[in-house]
Design a protein around this ligand. Sequence first.
Ligand SMILES: [Zn+2]
Length: 220
Amino acid sequence: MRAVAVTPMRAGSARQVELPVPTATRDMALMRVLEVGIDGTDTEINSGLYGEAPPGSDFLVIGHEALSVVEAVGEGVSGFSRGDLVVSTVRRPDDCPNCRAGESDMCLFGRYTERGIKGAHGYMGEYYAETPAFMIKIPPVLRPFAVLLEPLRIVEKATAQAWKIGPLSSARDRSASSVRSCCAYAASMCTSMPSRHPTRCRATSLPASAPATKPSRITP
Ligand SMILES: [Zn+2]
């Protein structure tokens, strides 16, 4: 199969590589990639700023934003079947207390891996294999937008954290364009939200107890 890989820490090394199609072992599913995003992280990895190949490999398949469809499942996989739409998560936890509690984004030890970024191949290929624990099933109605799930979850968390601090007076994001776009979408939803219906904020995971004043526009 074709994939896009870099030699980590070497600027401008992105290239097409040929790799074997992964097999869906007993507890894994084989995914065919439908759409993949390219963001600032991918650009920085290709600029040689960071990135880490998996153990035993001298290259890293990049890509961490992807919408895929299940092609096959191992006999030990439940809850997923051929044809399901899936977005797989990026980070694979280590054994720190936060990771064990299911909050690997708050990892304390830094021994995690991240697909397409740190120590694990990513999704910018025709196929990849994954375990159900890191697969999110996507309702078909979300098919046109689901590739944005990974950047949207960053915005979702940032917005929720901002509400915990206080009214959202200003927020600026200077990272990847996909994140900026999701910031703009989320801000648009919030600014159009009638203040008398705070529960509608749950559409962007904002707490129902959030201040009733309209948040200012997020500047992408
Ligand atoms: Zn951890």
